[in-house]
Design a protein around this ligand. Structure first.
Ligand code: CA
Length: 411
């Protein structure tokens, strides 16, 4: 039995970014998500070049193997096209893009994937991630260094190990052929969805929205509800066995839907002299999350993370030490100050000069008897007795002695 597909593609710039560097394509047999990157360089250009080039492979193939080969070739051609564009426009150096694509041949899908966009299969109520992220943290998870939970909050979770770009002539692309059956729902998305919306939420949304368009729109909305710090692109593909209508006309979304522009815009200001001095043209763009893959580099990243962790710990210990030292210094200075103060009060039934202050800190007294006198409290007038019992603050020791003299003369 032959199968048909119904699909939808939605892309949104998100709530923080000024331009959409994602591109998406939902065609007749081919479905693609690409997430571009590059600071001064244009991630939007990279993803648009890739999606428009790969879309040329949207046709019927005799076998899934042919489709797999064509898809892989299309990604490699897109890689070359990006490199050529950088050659003509050096200000775009360092631009790159992820690509996750599926090409359907009846009940089979050819998959090609590079980067951290994702392909999910939602089948019989269960959501499964089909592609593996080509990220630094995924490598750490694979090698058992960190858990998947730690990866989700790792400071380097956006660092990519592989993309299409101007770095490698033959990028390492994952390809596969998988079976699909009526009722399957395939979801391609950029990390603007998968980094901010949980898989439980994605599964629940797919379950409650039978139409691919509603599902794709709702998933993008879920990311917006999470604040959508990143561009977000979702392509939903439903495999069906009722050939009731012609498949949807191809839809392109995101930056690939716009005419290619190499002119400066909000995201690509013309390079001025100070900028050139700070960022030589060959330097990596500041906004790029791409790090080329090599074992030495990986080891260096791991070592750097370890050094950072140690630095954080040392900084924390030094901060705590400094705060403790400040508190102790404050207490010592404060205590010393109290010991320059005097007052006159009662010690039992005799008047005494006290050194320190009347107030204590909890059970700790901040005063002590400096000098006893022979003046009896019950020999004083009512007024003086009340004053002495309340204590009389002196400016200094001489003043305290004067107060004692006055009390004595009145006697
Ligand atoms: Ca992204």
């Amino acid at each position: 039995m032959s199968t048909t597909v119904k699909s939808a593609a939605v892309s949104h710039v998100g709530k923080i970014r000024s331009n959409n560097q994602d591109s998406g394509y939902a065609g007749r047999q081919l479905f693609v998500v690409a997430d571009g990157m590059g600071g001064h360089a244009g991630g939007d250009i990279a993803s648009a070049i890739a999606v428009n080039r790969i879309a040329e492979a949207d046709r019927a193939f005799n076998s899934a193997h042919d489709a797999e080969f064509a898809l892989q070739s299309a990604l490699i051609a897109a890689n070359s096209l990006i490199a050529e564009t950088v050659f003509d426009h050096p200000e775009l150096t360092g631009m790159g893009t992820t690509v996750t694509a599926i090409l359907r041949v009846d009940h089979q899908l050819a998959i090609a994937h590079i980067g951290d966009s994702r392909l999910y299969l939602y089948r019989a109520g269960v959501l499964e991630q089909v592609t593996i992220d080509h990220t630094f943290v995924q490598r750490l998870v694979d090698s058992g260094r960190i858990t998947a939970e730690e990866a989700a909050v790792h400071p380097r979770r956006s660092v990519l190990m592989r993309v299409l770009g101007d770095v490698e002539a033959s990028p390492e692309i994952d390809t596969a052929i998988v079976e699909t059956e009526p009722g399957d729902r395939w979801v391609l998305c950029s990390d603007g969805l998968s980094s901010y919306v949980t898989e439980e939420k994605i599964a629940a949304t797919l379950k409650s929205h039978p139409s691919p368009k509603d599902a794709a729109e709702r998933l993008v909305r879920e990311s917006l509800d999470q604040g959508a710090p990143d561009n977000v692109t979702v392509v939903v593909v439903d495999v069906d066995h009722t050939p009731d209508s012609a498949s949807n006309p191809p839809v392109t979304v995101g930056s690939a839907a716009l005419p290619l522009s190499f002119e400066s815009d909000a995201g690509r200001k013309p390079l001025r002299l100070p900028t050139l001095l700070l960022h030589p043209l060959k330097a990596a763009p500041e906004d790029s999350h791409f790090e080329p893959e090599s074992d030495e580099y990986l080891q260096e990243l791991i070592a750097e993370d370890r050094r950072r962790a140690i630095r954080r710990r040392v900084t924390w210990l030094v901060s705590v030490g400094l705060i403790a030292a400040l508190i102790v210094t404050g207490l010592v200075v404060g205590y010393r100050w109290t010991q320059t103060r005097y007052y006159v009060g009662a010690n039992g039934n005799t008047v005494a000069i006290f050194k320190g202050v009347q107030q204590g800190i909890g059970p700790i007294s901040l005063s002590e008897i400096h000098a006893e006198t022979s003046i009896r409290v019950d020999s004083l007038s009512d007024f003086e007795r009340r004053q002495v019992l309340d204590t009389i603050t002196a400016r200094d020791l001489d003043d305290a002695r004067d107060i004692i003299d006055r009390l004595d003369h009145d006697d």
